[in-house]
Every structure is written in structure tokens, then in C-alpha cells.
Design a binder for this molecule. Structure first.
Ligand code: F6R
Length: 611
């Protein structure tokens, strides 16, 4: 995800672009840039870091005069966050400037062709091909911007929302989209483009929603639309009456809820590019099957929720690939002098890629000559840069402090790795792999089904806003799910909560159970079903109220527990991806019910860069 804006009108463009970008920072914030036509040429300023760095650099836009411009806030995909990779990108003589949200999938092929034609590339981005390709067609077809743009969109594959300036046409902003959002705002003072409505609401509530393949041409007092072949089309504007804050969250009350609802897409984006012809292709792993067979042991090292994904995936790596796995909290691993022998792979998991303890653990492993793999969400972050190999989760920016969609992506990234390792080591057949992949590919839709049933959880959560203690129990993978369910609840609701391996209750914890104590029992592992039921009976006997989260083919459980949430049927290794959804929603609604700051719980930060 990235955010793009554009403006042409009576006012100075740069402050308007900065203001629009500030409403889009939720779409990305690793670098930012603007291009403005100053009456003579296109002037470009770009920097790494948050938008405020760009604001400071340009004195809130004051140093960039001109009434027309485009801007960008980046969430890196191709090429690390750096000044050169930041947008806008431009052609050799800086007469065409481009901002882009999306991914040009065939950029490498196009880049090779353009290099053969003498074009020089500065950045590692996919976007730069658009600038050079526009230059090529612009010069080839009588310097006509619309024709050049039509030619370009017939050559590029992938997704894009583009904003474009041509120095030869200094009163026009062009824009086009395919599979990335784009809107056009119409106002008396000027016209705007943006990735999302909040960026224009300060100036107008009359908005055109651009559809796939549509092109927009904006001047200060005209807006024209064209189809994918450059033929004029008519469009109707819509009047927006949303509240500005709600709009930024896409109508959701909090970023956390928005991110919970983004999970089907995030999971799909993480899985799909890596499944090809019933096989798993993780090019970035850079390991041959021979090298995978040589792995003797895996350490999964992480903090908080990322650590919980490791606890789950230990069962999966061991169960499927038969590789011994140790899961460590990074803060422990770094100081416990771990025995790291040849043939060990250390996997560091981190959403931010900046967590101090995880980074230190990575460095420790590297110092000892051990192979490291980062599973990271933020492209170009420290862990992504320093790990020998990096596998990205494609969750997009996560704003709420409590992780949800990044957690879900970390899980599926590890499922893919475990399956790949299992296949390479001959522990599963091609047919079995096909079946696992089929079940993995169903997860996004199944998550959607669970999200569709939020009312029951919401009602249930409202009953527990005054709870003093809540317990989560489960065995095996269900224990790992419990750890995450418990953390979600306590961190945003401030209710004391603990997770226990269900078989461990009798060794002390059961004395905490009182009349009415809520115990959430996760029961998705069929072979452990009866054992966990026994533990449920034990807590019920002592007065607990039990909510079970179980598979839809276990209706008998209703005879034992007080309330049930069913999850759709999936492979036993993948149940975490489904069972966690109601637990995230439960935590969210308890926090909302208590009137707390859901997105920014007290004492916590999104990225823990101190130990
Ligand atoms: C909890 C949460 C944290 C993070 C932990 C690691 O909801 O978000 O427990 O999982 O701080 O952060 P990253 O993944 O950025 O290393």
C-alpha cells in the first residue's frame, strides 16, 4: 500500500499535497515525496521517514511554489525505503514525474527492454519503468500525453493508481487506475486526485470514483475522463457526507477493527504469489532442496504475538517436516548463550522489523555464522536488511498497536515454509501438498465467514466488560492460540488474563477459578478433544463459565460448555488462522465496551526499539 495525491488549482499546491498525504499516512509511512511545477520546470523533493520529514524539508511546502503537483507516501514493496526509491519517479530529463500505488508485476521485463533502448534507471522500484515507458511513448507519439498513457497501460501488468505530471503540459494532472484505489475530487478552488476520500474532504465532498482502466485529466477548472483506449467517457460524481476521521479508517471506528477486517486480503496476498502450479515457490528463500534437507534444527525467535506464531508453527514444522524446533522469546534467547550448531536455521519473526530484542537475537545468530531468515512485514526494516534472507508478509501497514493482520500473515508465511520444507525432505507427497495448499487457499474465505458473524461475539463481549480475570486454555496448537487470545484481551482491555496448557491447570491454576470466572477453551485438535473436554469439566465443576471455540463438526460440545463459537473445517495445522478471529473480535469489543483507547493502549508502542 502507498498513498498518492495530486492537485491543480488556484492555490499553492505543495501545502495541499502535504495535507492530503497526512490523511493517507495510514497507507504507508516509510518515505514521502512531492513533484511541483514551479512555472519553469518540475521540482522534486523526496525523503525517507515519515511525512513530517518532508514537511520540514520543504518548510511545510513553502519552498515549493507552483499551483500543480503530485505527492506520495510510501510503503515499500520493491526496493528498500530510501531517498532514491521514494516517489515521485521521473524520466531522464525530469520532464515527466510519476507517483504510483500498486505493483507493476512485469517491471523486470520492461526494465530490461528499456535498458536496451538506452534508458538509465536510478532506483530499484517497479514504478520507475512507468516514468521511462511514458517518456518512450510520449516521444514516439507526437508528445501526446494521453496517447502515451494509453500505450503504457496496455504494456504494464499488475496493479496501479498513477498520478502524472508532464512539464510540457504544466496545467494538467493525469491519473489512471487498475486494482488500486483512486478518486478525483472537484472543487471551486481546484481539482484533486487521491488514493482515498479523506485526503480531499477538506476541500470538497464531490468525488468521482475511478474504475479500473479509467483515465482522468484534470486542469484547474475542468475534469475529463477517458476509457482504457483513450476515448472520452462520462462519469457522475458522488456527494460524500462522512465524518473525516471515520473516512480515514474507511468507515471503521478503529484501525484495529479495520485491520481485523483486512485479514482475508492480507492472508490472500501473503499466500497467493507463493503458490504456483500446486507447488510452493519462495524465491526469496534462496535455498535449494538439498540445503533444506541439510537443516538439522530450527530456532524461531520473536517477541509478543510474533512469538506466539512461532509457538504454533513449532507444531507444524515438527509435525510436517520433522525438523526439531525451539521457539524462543528474543529477550531470553539473546542472553542465554544458546547452542547454535552447524545446520541450524534461525527464523526471526517481526512485523516492524525493528524490535530491539529480535534484532539483537538476529545479530547474535549471524555472529556465530548461523543462517538467518527474517519473516518481516516492513520492507527495508533493520531485520529485513540484516537477515541473510527475508520473506515478507504482505499485510500492508498496521497502525493499531495490537497486531491482528500481521499476526495472521506471519502464521501463513510459516505454514508455507513448513510445507516447502516437508516436501523437500520427502515427508509429504505431491498429492498431500496439493491438498494442504487447497486448504490454505480456502482460509481467506473462511476468515471472511467468521467476520460475518461478529454480532454474537459482540454481545458476548458486552457481558464481560467488568470481568476481573479471564482464562484461556487449550492443548497443542490450541494452547498457542490461547496465548494470543489472552494477550489480545489483556493488552487492550486491561483485564487480567492468562493462558494455560489445559493439562497444566491441575498443577496450581485451578485454584483461581471462582463462580462465574470466564474460561475460554480452544478445542480444534481432534486427537486432543477428549482430553480438553476433561479439563473443561474440571473448571466447570468449580464454577467457571466456559466459552468454547471449536470446529463446526463438534456440536456435541454444547452438552458440556455454556457457549460455543464454531469455526469452519480446515486442516488441523491451520486452525489457528480461524480460531484467532473470534478471539480478536472478543478482545476488541471488550475494549470498546470499556470505552478504552483501542488503537493505542496505555504503556504500549507499536514498535519496541528498546530492550
Ligand atoms: C501484540 C503485539 C506485540 C508484537 C511484539 C513484536 O498485539 O503487537 O506483542 O507482536 O511487540 O513486534 P514485532 O512483530 O514488530 O517485532
Amino acid at each position: 500500500m502507498c498513498g498518492i495525491v495530486g492537485y491543480v488549482g488556484k492555490e499553492q499546491a505543495a501545502p495541499i499535497l502535504l495535507d492530503g498525504l497526512s490523511k493517507l499516512e495510514y497507507r504507508g509511512y516509510d518515505s514521502a515525496g512531492m513533484a511541483v511545477y514551479d512555472g519553469d520546470k518540475i521540482v522534486i523533493n523526496k525523503t525517507t521517514g515519515r511525512l513530517k520529514v518532508l514537511s520540514e524539508l520543504t518548510h511545510d511546502g513553502a519552498t515549493m511554489p507552483g499551483n500543480i503537483g503530485i505527492g506520495h507516501t510510501r510503503w515499500a514493496t520493491h526496493g528498500e525505503p530510501s531517498e532514491v526509491n521514494a516517489h515521485p519517479h521521473f524520466n531522464e530529463n525530469r520532464t515527466i514525474a510519476v507517483v504510483h500505488n500498486g505493483i507493476i508485476e512485469n517491471y523486470q521485463k520492461l526494465r530490461n527492454i528499456l535498458v536496451e533502448r538506452g534508458y538509465k534507471f536510478r532506483s530499484e522500484t517497479d514504478t520507475e519503468v512507468v516514468a521511462h515507458l511514458l517518456d518512450y511513448y510520449y516521444n514516439k507519439y507526437d508528445k501526446d500525453p494521453l496517447t502515451a498513457l494509453v500505450k503504457v497501460i496496455h504494456r504494464v501488468e499488475g496493479s496501479y493508481a498513477l498520478g502524472i505530471l508532464f512539464a510540457d503540459h504544466p496545467d494538467v494532472v493525469y491519473a489512471v487506475r487498475k486494482d488500486s484505489p483512486l478518486i478525483v475530487g472537484q472543487s471551486e478552488e481546484g481539482n484533486l486526485i487521491a488514493s482515498d476520500v479523506p485526503a480531499v474532504l477538506k476541500y470538497t465532498r464531490d468525488v468521482f470514483f475511478i474504475e479500473n482502466g479509467e483515465i482522468a485529466r484534470l486542469t484547474k477548472d475542468t475534469i475529463a475522463f477517458y476509457n482504457v483506449d483513450g476515448e472520452p467517457i462520462e462519469k457522475q460524481s458522488k456527494h460524500i457526507d462522512w465524518d473525516i476521521n471515520a473516512a480515514e479508517k474507511n468507515g471503521y471506528e478503529h484501525f484495529m477493527l479495520k485491520e481485523i477486517y483486512e485479514q482475508p486480503k492480507a492472508v490472500r496476498d501473503t499466500i497467493s504469489p507463493r503458490i504456483k502450479d500446486n507447488d510452493i515457490v519462495i524465491e526469496e528463500l534462496g535455498m535449494t532442496d538439498e540445503e533444506i534437507r541439510e537443516i538439522k534444527k530450527i530456532y524461531i525467535v520473536a517477541c509478543g504475538s510474533a512469538y506466539h506464531t512461532g509457538v504454533t508453527c513449532k507444531y507444524i514444522f515438527e509435525g510436517l517436516a520433522r525438523i526439531p524446533v525451539e521457539v524462543d522469546l528474543a529477550s531470553e534467547f539473546r542472553y542465554r548463550n544458546p547452542i547454535l550448531e552447524d545446520g541450524t536455521l534461525v527464523i526471526i519473526i517481526s512485523q516492524s522489523g525493528e524490535t530491539a530484542d529480535s534484532l539483537a537475537a538476529l545479530r547474535l545468530a549471524k555472529e556465530q555464522g548461523i543462517k538467518t531468515l527474517g519473516i518481516v512485514n516492513v520492507v527495508g526494516s533493520s531485520i529485513a536488511r540484516e537477515a541473510d534472507k527475508v520473506m515478507y508478509t504482505w499485510a500492508g501497514p498496521e497502525i493499531a498497536v495490537a497486531t491482528t493482520k500481521a499476526y495472521s500473515c506471519q502464521l501463513v508465511a510459516q505454514y508455507l515454509l513448513a510445507l516447502k520444507f516437508a516436501k523437500a525432505r520427502g515427508k509429504i507427497t505431491e498429492d498431500e501438498l496439493k491438498e494442504y495448499l487447497h486448504e490454505m487457499e480456502m482460509l481467506p474465505n473462511q476468515i471472511e465467514i467468521l467476520l460475518g458473524n461478529k454480532e454474537k461475539i459482540q454481545k458476548f463481549a458486552n457481558r464481560y466488560v467488568a470481568a476481573k480475570d479471564v482464562f484461556f486454555i487449550g492443548r497443542g496448537i490450541d494452547y498457542a492460540i490461547s496465548l494470543e487470545g489472552s494477550l489480545k484481551l489483556k493488552e487492550i482491555s486491561y483485564i487480567h488474563s492468562e493462558a494455560y496448557a489445559a493439562g497444566e491447570l491441575k498443577h496450581g491454576t485451578i485454584s483461581l477459578i471462582e463462580d462465574g470466572t470466564l474460561v475460554t477453551a480452544v478445542v480444534t485438535q481432534e486427537e486432543l478433544y477428549k482430553k480438553t473436554i476433561s479439563n473443561i469439566v474440571e473448571v466447570k465443576t468449580r464454577g467457571a463459565y466456559v466459552l468454547a471455540v471449536t470446529n463446526e463438526d463438534n456440536p456435541d460440545i454444547e452438552r458440556t460448555v455454556d457457549s460455543v463459537i464454531y469455526i469452519p473445517k480446515t486442516n488441523k495445522y491451520f486452525t489457528n488462522s480461524l480460531a484467532i478471529i473470534p478471539l480478536q473480535l472478543f478482545a476488541y469489543y471488550v475494549s470498546v465496551g470499556k470505552g478504552l483507547d483501542v488503537d493505542k493502549p496505555r504503556n504500549l508502542a507499536k514498535s519496541v526499539t528498546v530492550e
